[in-house]
Design a protein around this ligand. Sequence first.
Ligand code: NAP
Length: 241
Amino acid sequence: MKTVLITGGSRGIGKCIAENLAKEGFNVVLNYNKSEKEAKQIKKELKEQGIKIEICKADVSKRDEVKKLVKFTLDKFKNIDVLINNAGIAKLQMFNDITDVDWQEMLNTNLNSVFYTTQEVLPNMIHNKNGCIVNISSIWGMVGASCEVAYSVSKAGINGMTKALAKELGLSNIRVNAIAPGVIDTQMNNSLDKVIKEEIKNDTPLNKIGKPIDIYRCVKWLIEDEFTTGQIISPNGGYVI
Ligand code: NAP
């Protein structure tokens, strides 16, 4: 069975992807950072259903912690077939209010983490001439979001990395794709007020906010696919066309 390493699996989209892949029988390593209680709860609930999942704490914005996370996964399962770079943070603020610390934190967490995990996982994938990397980006990396410049930059960076790396890794049979979700109902959007959420819904042709399961379905398809690489796939209800 294939082994999946997913970053930021303790909540929201990552949790949904990790739980569902574990239920499908994949060997899953779920990474978390701050939400230890939530990660342990996921493991416990799955165990009660007879399903195994490994959890591993690591702050993926730090190279040394990513090294430990990848070593943990390889020690457990020998190979990594699928890397899902999902961990991310968001912050609403005017461009001129962004401090150097804010900027670095955003880029370290959302973009540099993808650089670190991918570099650490690649020797194993290249050796196996097999791999699937899925980067969770955002529509804001495609079209930009007002008051979310740092976030938009981090996701645009992911999109660029996805396309360039896909070209470099194709001959090693490693596919690199990004999923750029529209607005999805998770804690990340708790700070959006009701009126804004309603406006987004009304501006969405399918007239709804997305759910984590919508992103899981896309991930599952990308894992099974054999002819898609370098693509930015955007499940967004038609909000961005
Ligand atoms: P969420 O509910 O806030 O969950 C974020 C996850 O990222 C948590 O599991 C968190 O783990 C993890 N994380 C954050 N910093 C981390 C770090 N330094 N190291 C390891 N893990 C870290 O957000 P979400 O909505 O599920 O977002 C998941 C991904 O989808 C993000 O990349 C986000 O940008 C992207 N996305 C979301 C939306 C949306 O509307 N929700 C839309 C487009 C794209 P801990 O709590 O354990 O620290």
